[in-house]
Design a protein around this ligand. Sequence first.
Ligand code: IVH
Length: 695
Amino acid sequence: MKTESIKSIDLLSRDEAVKELEYLAKEIAYHDYRYYNLADPVISDEAYDALRLRNLEIEKKFPDLRRVDSPSHRIGAPPSPDFEKVKHRKPMLSLDNAFSDEDVLEFLDRIRRFLKLPSEHPIPMVAEPKIDGLSASLHYQNGRFVLGATRGDGQEGENITANLKTIRDIPLILQGNDYPDNLEVRGEVYMSKSDFELLNQKRLASEETPFANPRNAAAGSLRQLDPKITAHRSLKFFAYAYEALSGSTDQAQSDLLASLSKWGFPVSKEIQLCSSEDELVAYYKRLEKLRPSLPYEIDGVVYKVNDLKLQQRLGTIGRCPRHSIAHKFAAEKAETILSNIDVQVGRTGVLTPVAILEPVLVGGVMVSRATLHNEDEIKRKDIRIHDRVIIQRAGDVIPQVVEVVLSKRPATSQSFEFPKKCPVCGGEISQEEGLVAKRCTNGFNCPAQAIERLRYFVSRDAFDIEGLGDRHLENFYKDGTIHNLTDVFTLQKRDKNSLTPLRSREGWGIQSAHNLFEAINKSRIISLERFIYALGIPQVGQVTAKLLAKHYKAIEEFESASFEDLLTIEGIGMGMADDIIRFLETPEQKTLIDDLKQHITITPYEEPSTVESAISGKTVVFTGTLLTLSRSEAKSQAERLGAKVAGSVSTKTDYVIAGSDAGSKLKVANELGITVLSEQQWVDIVNQAAASAAA
Ligand code: IVH
């Protein structure tokens, strides 16, 4: 090979070029691994540069021979007009948070209860730093990096392969030969503290706005349409999980991390196997101390059940796995002057006082506003204008005013008078008994509420209408083009007869108006869960909207929901049920839903495609005490295999699984002649179904 690599490029045949490019890709990948992952290079920088130059020169002569795993991708591909969407094979989830040692204990107890393990039963856990960056998914085929994506909304991300290829410690070719042929690796892209400082210095020097923190800098750098910009931003990567889509796989998180490292992925050095609660707490304390001296930002630690089979059994709840939790570090604090108090009106009319601050750096982020929650909070903390206050911020949470530094209270400090009328529309303010929040009662007639509600209605998780940004919505509301939610869907028709059609207005043209109408038309078919979310019912976010859609299946059923029935849904409590009923019974909201239905199609809830198995589509009822499974595990296992779990026995029931002490449900099942299974028979069926589904 050596003799070939010094052959003059002019004399190189095509076949020789193919061979040498293959050699160079592997050789350079190996030296990257030695340098970036092991920090133990085995050749000089000059020798390494010579290899890369040789690779470039051969590619220059034979451009069509450039390999997908060529080291020249590190420099960055030509810019692309847009990012393609990539559907994740499995959703990219979030982590539930713990803020105290008690939360961690509760997390472990929850796991034990779910797995039906006795309290005190040891559950070996892996503790890892929680890197403050962005998650990415990387696909490898036969050891070659072929596709990389952002998390996006968890279901669908963006194809950022070309950008990820520029990150030096992401291997283009895997090391060794025992990696699965088809592999998906997940991990965190981040920017080191020093690279962040350097980048911001450069930005300031060229009069560009500096990034607020390393995470934003990493995000801004990764989502560049021009990979050459990404290539200049010194991003880094830590792998924390993989899934083999073919071949065998590790059985424990600790082994999985060791495999990732062996294949050439950077894995944090601060990872530790813990066998007791005490060890987890000690790990947390150690990392909290270490935090300032680490070269990268962390915002907590993550605990994961080490046994991957148990992880699988634990499954997910909402958007989070049950097997892991993020234990967040305490918020960072700073002192500044509160120069004024502003009152904002939100989507549901709630008035929120906001502290206007002299800008101050809190944990690397410039903060100039902080929430004061409500009038009571201002009184309780005795916050006055011109006071010196302590601000805190934790992760993505909105900064808060913790307390007033009373010893520094100036003589000029002024108490704050909470407005008696809505500060935006002058409307009446109401306060419900027992609640602290004050609301503007003007609903859609209050511009602040209307605009917030419109913004929410067209947002990504709701109707997802592109092209209706904040500025346009505000203008449309002000000039009367859109005055209620239904107006969005009549816009095009009205525009046809308008004397001032959209295309002729400032900031619009034929193409942009056309694009907006297209986007609106595309959104006319909407799933029930998105529709419920889009309505903006107080307290009903995405998770609740999904629970409601799952329970009621069709919009008509949801519209006639009763308070009692809502309470039967796991995850919906009295307060939420109350808000939902109140919303559904308000005449304006009823009219709104009826009007919207004239213009859109709401598709009924569809169960996510679960694996096909012998019990798909069957309805089962559990009764009595199960020995090996907790009720929650039995339920989630059945649902994963496509079965429906019902609470009572009827003629629609296919199987009743009777544990010990089964009572009336078993009696009904026998009377109706429904197949009754023992716990063991059920476990056998599930195992068989799981095996055939996996095959
Ligand atoms: S495991 C279910 N491990 O934290 C998601 N995540 O708050 C599995 N993160 O989206 C993630 N360091 O981007 C895991 N050691 C670590 C992590 C980590 C940072 C991020 C990740 C995730 C977010 C959730």
